[in-house]
Design a binder for this molecule. Structure first.
Ligand code: NDP
Length: 249
């Protein structure tokens, strides 16, 4: 439980990558300014986080189950927090999807929107009333450079992030008078499971029917040089966590 004066920070998707590092960095803040509720959909995936958190686990870091695709899970998680009080909500959970549109079933595309778009909205809907009532709070959304610029074979993923940016830009205006800030973090390529899966998928898939030049461009030009193509906040999860911590401070 948070001590007096500590900000309650809830982060989604803390089993790996950027969310895990954000949780650890904030929980290990030298001035102990934060109590981090690190959430994940399956607590069987907690070991890496618990190990990285070290002494902070059980003190400035606690765990909770949360699947952003489930209304019930989101409600249960927020109801489990004392007074439903969250000072900082970090919407980090997200999934990717790579390939030519013709070969991807609509159901897989819907899953991307369900997680990256509606998952964030579900969380915001649940914490916003309390933030408005208290006249204070900070909502952070981990978007992507692909929320600003489309990339070949990332059509649906980029669309989910574009949609999120439109939602956030509009909502941010409404929240201003309640002293609630909404910030977008837009990383370029970051070395995480997400990135590894994307590269593996691309290498393995043949993309029958897709234009050969486009496949060649994506596999041989875009992927090997993507870090240079996009200006990035840094390439490691720690870089993104550090940037997010600065945004909160
Ligand atoms: P990881 O795959 O390492 O982490 C994604 C996290 O999201 C995992 O903890 C995963 O949990 C969780 N997650 C997925 N679906 C759900 C769900 N339904 N409910 C709750 N949690 C869920 O990827 P990253 O750390 O790289 O990604 C984090 C964010 O950063 C994403 O929003 C991504 O779009 C964004 N991003 C990543 C970039 C990159 O190159 N890596 C670049 C730009 C943006 P589980 O273990 O259960 O699967």
């Amino acid at each position: 439980m948070a001590s007096p004066g500590q900000k309650v920070v809830l982060i989604t998707g803390c089993s790996s990558g950027i969310g895990l590092r954000m949780a650890v960095m904030l929980a290990k803040d030298e001035q102990k300014r934060y109590h981090v509720i690190a959430t994940m959909r399956d607590l069987k995936r907690k070991d890496k986080l618990v190990e990285a958190a070290g002494d902070a686990y059980g003190k400035t870091l606690s765990l909770a189950v949360l699947d952003v695709c489930s209304d019930e899970s989101v409600k249960q998680c927020i109801n489990g927090i004392k007074d439903r009080h969250v000072d900082v909500l970090i919407n980090n959970a997200g999934i990717g999807l790579v390939g030519p549109v013709e070969s991807i079933p609509i159901e897989e595309m819907k899953k991307v929107f369900e997680t990256n778009f509606f998952g964030v909205i579900r969380m915001i809907k649940e914490v916003m009333p309390d933030m408005k009532k208290r006249k204070g709070g900070h909502i952070i959304v981990v978007s992507s450079v692909m929320g600003l610029q489309g990339v070949v074979f990332n059509d649906v993923y980029a669309a989910s992030k574009f949609a999120m940016e439109g939602f956030c830009e509009s909502l941010a205006v409404q929240l201003l008078k309640f002293n609630v800030t909404l910030s977008l973090i837009e990383p370029g390529p970051v070395h995480t499971e997400f990135e590894a899966k994307m590269i593996q998928d691309v290498k393995q898939k043949e993309y029958p029917g897709a234009d050969a030049d486009t496949v060649h461009y994506f596999k041989n030009v875009y992927l090997p040089s993507s870090v240079d193509i996009f200006e990035t906040l840094g390439q490691t999860p720690d870089d993104i966590a550090r940037c997010t911590k600065k945004v909160i401070e």
